[in-house]
Design a protein around this ligand. Structure first.
Ligand SMILES: O=C(O)CC1=CCC(=O)O1
Length: 259
């Protein structure tokens, strides 16, 4: 567990040293780095890993941010950890941050795993409505709806305790941090930039994801030159939690293919 002030905010990160190419994990809206724990724990024990809580989430300080700010934070922590040419795995907003990083700092990104994400997620109206709901009801009032977007019906029925735990992760997110990330999502649109991504890319969709449905992820894969697409049957928005063994297998497969 480490902390560093980068780009004006104190960020929380975990860097495991190792040998060979590193793997970086970027989390989604209202979550922290722990959503990748079960997946990362299935990867070889000797490879370097970097996890971080994006600003306004987990133990990282809150401040206004754009998708560029989030990607600069990742770049700063990778530079600090002497990690370059890494496999960068991002889920949802983490996938948008990963794409932004690949466009702005191609030296840092050797490959991408883009899970449950798109070139754009939602639209201006849907994020404005989310921000209004946050003002009216707070995260506590929104939490049931968010859980039904994060997890498939089957997972919620079979794993009530886990869902309760992740609900706590959501509701403990600072309101200002959640707001900043929603505003960044409202304003981010990478349509038209995908052709510039020049690294091996795997796009993962959840067959039961209603937040970033398979069609959105497939359109992302179609737009990035040479990208491959995998759909996980019956899985919701956070496959690293619902199906860590399948995600770890896919991460290892693309890791093994990187030159
Ligand atoms: O909270 C949601 O609806 C799911 C989500 C959208 C962007 C993100 O990072 O998570």
């Amino acid at each position: 567990m480490s902390f560093a002030r980068v780009n004006g905010a104190v960020l929380h990160y975990l860097h495991r040293e190792g040998t060979g190419r590193g793997v970086v994990f970027l989390n989604s809206l209202g979550t922290d780095h722990r959503i990748w724990e079960s997946t990362a724990g299935r990867l070889p024990k000797d490879i370097p890993l970097l996890f971080l809580d994006k600003r306004g989430h987990g133990l990282s300080e809150t401040s206004p941010a754009t998708m560029e700010t989030f990607s600069e934070d990742v770049a700063a922590l990778m530079d600090r950890s002497a990690m370059a040419d890494a496999l960068v795995c991002g889920v949802s907003i983490g996938g948008l941050i990963a794409q932004t990083l690949a466009l702005r700092r191609p030296d840092l990104v050797g490959g991408l795993v883009l899970s449950n994400t798109g070139l754009r997620i939602g639209d201006r109206e849907s994020w404005t409505a989310r921000l209004d709901a946050l003002e009216t009801s707070g995260l506590e009032g929104m939490a049931d709806g968010v859980m039904s977007r994060w997890f498939s019906d089957g997972f919620r029925t079979s794993n009530p305790d886990e869902v309760e735990g992740y609900r706590a992760m959501l509701t403990r997110t600072p309101k200002d941090g959640y707001t900043a990330a929603c505003e960044a999502l409202r304003d981010a649109d990478l349509s038209g930039r995908a052709a510039e991504i020049a690294v091996p890319t795997l796009c993962i969709a959840g067959g039961a994801d209603i937040a970033t449905p398979p069609d959105l992820v497939r359109a992302l894969a179609d737009a990035i030159p040479g990208a491959t697409y995998e759909e996980l049957d019956g899985v919701g928005h956070l496959p690293s939690i619902e199906s860590p063994e399948r995600v770890a297998d896919l991460v290892q497969r693309i890791y093994g293919r990187l030159a």
